[in-house]
Design a protein around this ligand. Structure first.
Ligand code: ZN
Length: 366
C-alpha cells in the first residue's frame, strides 16, 4: 500500500560531499570508447539495431541488448513487461540494481524506444544517447558495492508512445510494498547529446497532471543543483550544464511533463532531467527549448540576429534534431563533428561523480 512520501527535512537529510576534482581512473578516452560502442550498437541500423518503435521486434532486440549488458556487468537484472493499450503489443522496462540489499535507492533512467522508421529517425539522438550514457555509467560503477545505497538503472520502454514504461514502473511501485518512499532521486536522460547546449532541469513548480498516479508531487531542485555544481567543477565550460532562464509558463530551471521524469515527480520523487537543446531560440511556440539547434542545415532558413526562422509562417524544420530524418548518427556527426562524443563524455563524468558521492543521513535508523 502506498504511503505519501514524507518530506525529507525531518526524516532523511540529503547531503553532498564537498568534493574536490578527482583525477579519475576512467579517463575521457575510456569513457568515449565505451559510450560510442553502445551508441553504435543501439542506433546504427547496419552494425546495430536502429529505429526501435514501442512494441516492435527492434524494441525487443534493444530490451535484450540492455538486459545482456547489465547481466555482463554483474548487476541484479529484471525485465518488467507491459502491454501497450493502443495495439496490444508488448513493451518492457529493464531494471538493474547495483546494491539491491540497501534501504535507499537512486534511480538513473533513459528510454530505450524511439519513433518509428517511417518518420526517418533511427533514434540516435532520441534516445540512444541517453541509453548509451546510462549503460556506460553502470559499467563504470559496477564494482562500487561499497556505496551506502542502491543505484538502480532503468531502461524504460515505450516513452514515445506516451511515457508508458515510466508510468507502468511507478504504478507498479505504488501498488507493491516497495512504494516510492525509499527512492532518493530519479535522473532522466533523454536527448542528452546533439543539441547546442547541455541543460539540467527540475520538475515544474506547478504540479503536472498526474492522472492515476497518486503521491505528494515533488518539485524539489536539489538533485538538479547538485548535478549543475558538479558539472561546473569537473567539466570544461562548453559542456557545463545550464539552468535555463525563465520564460513564459516556465520559471527558471524547470521542465514540462513530456518525458519519463513526470510520473516520478507525481509520485513524490525528486527528479532531475538532463537534455541538450537551445533555449535562446525563439521556436515555433516561443522560447520553450523545442528547437535544439541553430545549425542552418536544420532550418529552412534561420535568422541568427532574431534567433528564429527567417519566415515564421513558412518554416517547417524549426531546428529539430529528433524524431525525423536528422536523428541518425551519420547525419549528426557530419553536422556536428565530435559534439555527441564530447557531450556524452561530460554527462557520464558528472553522473559517475554524483552517484559515487551522494550522502544519505537517515536520522530514523539511528
Ligand atoms: Zn526521448
Amino acid at each position: 500500500m502506498f504511503k505519501i512520501k514524507l518530506t525529507c527535512s525531518a526524516i532523511i537529510l540529503y547531503a553532498f560531499t564537498t568534493f574536490t576534482v578527482h583525477s579519475t581512473t576512467n579517463n575521457d578516452k575510456n569513457i568515449s570508447t565505451i559510450v560510442n560502442q553502445h551508441l553504435q550498437a543501439i542506433a546504427d541500423p547496419i552494425k546495430g539495431i536502429g529505429a526501435r518503435e514501442a512494441g516492435s521486434a527492434k524494441e525487443q532486440e534493444t530490451i535484450n541488448y540492455v538486459e545482456n549488458r547489465f547481466k555482463a556487468m554483474g548487476l541484479v537484472v529484471s525485465v518488467q513487461p507491459f502491454t501497450l493499450p493502443k495495439n496490444e503489443l508488448v513493451s518492457a522496462n529493464v531494471i538493474a540494481d547495483l546494491n539491491i540489499d540497501k534501504k535507499y535507492t537512486l534511480i538513473l533512467a533513459a528510454h530505450l524506444d524511439s519513433t518509428g522508421e517511417a518518420l526517418g529517425s533511427q533514434g540516435a539522438i532520441d534516445n540512444a544517447t541517453g541509453l548509451a550514457a546510462m549503460l556506460t555509467v553502470a559499467e563504470l560503477l559496477a564494482n562500487k558495492k561499497a556505496l551506502p545505497y542502491n543505484v538502480r538503472f532503468i531502461a524504460l520502454g515505450a516513452e514515445e508512445a506516451g511515457i508508458l514504461g515510466a508510468k507502468h514502473y511507478v504504478k507498479t511501485l505504488i501498488d507493491t510494498q516497495e512504494s516510492t518512499n525509499n527512492i532518493l532521486a530519479m535522473i532522466n536522460l533523454d536527448t542528452i547529446a546533439g543539441g547546442d547546449y547541455l541543460y539540467v532541469h527540475s520538475a515544474h513548480t506547478t504540479p503536472y497532471r498526474c492522472g492515476d498516479i497518486s503521491g505528494s508531487y515533488n518539485s524539489e531542485a536539489h538533485i538538479r543543483d547538485a548535478l549543475f555544481n558538479i558539472s561546473k567543477q569537473l567539466i570544461e565550460p562548453k559542456q557545463q550544464y545550464i539552468i535555463h532562464p525563465a520564460y513564459e509558463g516556465y520559471p527558471e530551471g524547470v521542465t514540462g511533463s513530456w518525458s519519463d521524469h513526470a510520473p516520478f515527480a507525481c509520485s513524490g520523487v525528486p527528479i532531475a532531467y538532463i537534455e541538450t537543446t537551445n533555449f535562446s531560440i525563439n521556436g515555433k511556440d516561443g522560447y520553450d527549448g523545442y528547437s535544439q539547434s541553430e545549425h542552418s542545415a536544420l532550418w529552412d532558413c534561420f535568422d541568427s540576429e532574431t534567433h528564429s526562422a527567417c519566415d515564421r509562417k513558412k518554416e517547417t524544420k524549426w531546428g529539430h534534431i529528433w524524431h525525423k530524418e536528422f536523428d541518425q548518427l551519420s547525419t549528426m556527426e557530419q553536422l556536428f563533428p565530435q559534439r555527441i562524443t564530447q557531450q556524452l563524455t561530460a554527462t557520464v563524468k558528472v553522473l559517475v561523480e554524483f552517484l559515487s558521492t551522494f550522502k544519505v543521513v537517515n536520522t530514523t535508523d539511528k
